[in-house]
Write a protein that binds this ligand. Structure first.
Ligand SMILES: CC(=O)N[C@H]1[C@@H](OP(=O)(O)OP(=O)(O)OC[C@H]2O[C@@H](n3ccc(=O)[nH]c3=O)[C@H](O)[C@@H]2O)O[C@H](CO)[C@@H](O)[C@@H]1O[C@H](C)C(=O)N[C@@H](C)C(=O)N[C@H](CCC(=O)O)C(=O)O
Length: 485
């Protein structure tokens, strides 16, 4: 693509050099990945400023640099006020606006994003559509799995892979949209068809500082839905009517809204809800009649996840009998309320719950069917929201009979310091501290009696533990299996 053509839609750029003859074959934001004839965008990161790699980028094949300041390099420099924003638009332009060529469903909210995204994907797959999914666990394009670094990737990765999806004739891409991504503009330019809101509770205050900022970031997905129709396809906002922020989000979007909920009247409402030891059942009231649902997924939060996915799928034009089939048969996602199969007479469940709210949801669900004691193994991540630490410990001790506080991903912090934050001011004494996560899981399993349930919380699907700058192999499920057999 001609360099001048590529940058022409940037609203506010300066470039003293002539770009007419330059052909750009790649866009890159990491100088280590550069190839010949690339445009390199210098991103000011949190830990590193990409501007320092400009010279090395030229050596590695960059023929144009996009930066926020003048640079002493031998190739043309395009100066823009904000390189992250420019990258999102350049990538969208370079890959020819891929999100306008397939249906894109974005799911945001504190809890439930992964489960809802996966159920929406399952429904479209069952409806014989070609699907792709982008989320915390992985990116899957037409059944092929790819690793991911972030829940919602940076704009370059995102646009490149949306382009791949168009090439592979994907009909619908369902993606988790984190508040970080919305705030950092990773999804700028993505033409969403449907935006789904699950819920909002305390998390990520290390980044957003206040709940108002956190809500504002989430709301960007709904304002970004715009007010235009794309390709004659209607756009929809799907909102959890029972969440206290529903009304605010309702006002943010200019598109038609479909709601779901249990307590309040909604487009999709669950009534006659029964929470059982082996699943949930309810009648799903819909604009086209009542649909009985009996799912293997457990707990009230699963009722909400199922409703969110059903409403989004309905907004996407899927027939109710297909939605019903998938809701009744889905087995959920690895690391989300995942039972570990074994021979003993007690239960072991792995869950990604790493917020006070999600931990409370999971523990209160277990409380409904556990005939013995609940034992929870839990920690908090390092270099992340410190304010949630005592709240997590309080929830653990309040709902479980015995809590073991241990390491999560301590990152650059000491595990002991994180646990000190958790227990500061804690009035309960039904807890012990075992810093080593494997030892904590072992102890919880060895202490369990018949009818007890052991919940291993916080890391879910993760197969690693981040200690300092090392990423060590660690899989809660594998460790549990080791001590169960
Ligand atoms: C705070 C934050 O969001 N950081 C993200 C950010 O990293 P950073 O700002 O430190 O950037 P950097 O990697 O130092 O590099 C800056 C620039 O220099 C370039 N570079 C760097 C080194 C080099 O040798 N050469 C080079 O060119 C980089 O490619 C980049 O363009 O940009 C990276 C690339 O896009 C992200 O992977 C990284 O996410 C980190 C891993 C992260 O942990 N982010 C969390 C906070 C996050 O975003 N979480 C949400 C999920 C939240 C949830 O719902 O649970 C998410 O969506 O994942």
């Amino acid at each position: 693509m001609n360099a001048k053509e590529l940058i022409k839609n940037l609203p506010d750029y300066q470039c003293q050099q002539n770009l007419d003859m330059l052909n750009i074959k790649h866009i890159e934001m990491d100088h280590r990945l550069l190839k010949e004839n690339s445009l390199f965008v210098c991103i000011k990161g949190y830990t590193v400023d990409g501007h320092q790699f400009a010279e090395a980028a030229v050596e590695n094949g960059a023929t144009v640099i996009v930066a926020e300041k003048e640079l002493d390099v031998s190739v043309p420099v395009v100066i823009v006020p904000d390189t992250s924003r420019a990258l999102a638009h350049l990538a969208n332009n370079f890959y020819d606006h891929p999100s306008s060529k397939l249906k894109v469903i974005g799911v945001t909210g504190t809890n439930g994003k992964t489960s809802v995204t996966n159920i929406i994907d399952e429904i479209h797959h069952y409806a014989k559509q070609k699907t792709a999914i982008i989320g915390t666990i992985q990116m899957v394009i037409d059944g092929e799995s790819h690793p991911v670094k972030n829940t919602t990737p940076d704009s370059l990765f995102l646009q490149k892979n949306l382009h791949q999806m168009v090439e592979k004739k994907i009909d619908v891409a369902t993606m988790e949209v984190s508040s970080h991504a919305l705030d950092l503009g990773r999804v700028h330019g993505v033409d969403f068809d449907i935006a789904v809101f699950t819920n909002l509770s305390q998390d990520h205050l290390d980044y957003h500082q206040t709940m108002e900022n956190y809500l504002f970031a989430k709301s960007l997905l709904f304002s970004q839905l715009g007010n235009t129709l794309k390709h004659e396809r209607p756009k929809y906002a799907v909102i959890n009517q029972d969440d206290e922020h529903a009304e605010f989000l309702n006002r943010v979007t200019a598109q038609p809204v479909l709601t779901y909920g249990v307590q309040n009247k909604a487009s999709f409402q669950a009534v006659n809800v029964e929470l059982m030891a082996n699943g949930v059942s309810f009648i799903m009231k819909t604009p086209k009649g009542n649909v009985p649902i009996k799912s293997k997924l457990m707990g009230m939060f699963s009722v909400y996840n199922l409703l969110a996915a059903a409403t989004a799928a309905y907004a996407s034009g899927i027939e109710l009998d297909i939605i019903q089939h998938v809701l009744n048969n889905t087995t959920g996602v690895k690391g989300r309320f995942q039972p570990v199969e074994h021979k003993q007479d007690f239960g072991v469940i792995i869950d990604y719950a790493h917020t006070p709210d999600s931990l409370e949801n999971v523990l209160s669900t277990i409380k409904r069917f556990c005939a013995g004691n609940i034992r929870v193994v839990v920690g908090c991540g390092g270099d992340r929201d410190r304010r949630k630490r005592p709240l997590m410990a309080e929830v653990a001790c309040q709902y479980a009979d015995q809590a073991i506080f241990t390491s999560d991903n301590p990152r650059s912090e000491s595990s002991q310091a994180i646990i000190d934050d958790m227990v500061e001011g804690l009035k309960h004494n039904n807890y012990q501290t075992i810093l080593d996560r494997e030892e904590a899981i072992k102890q919880a399993i060895e202490q369990a009696n018949d009818k007890d349930v052991v919940l291993i919380a916080g890391k879910g699907h993760e197969t690693y533990q981040i200690v300092g700058d090392k990423v060590l192999d660690f899989d809660d499920e594998q460790v549990a299996i080791k001590y169960l057999n």
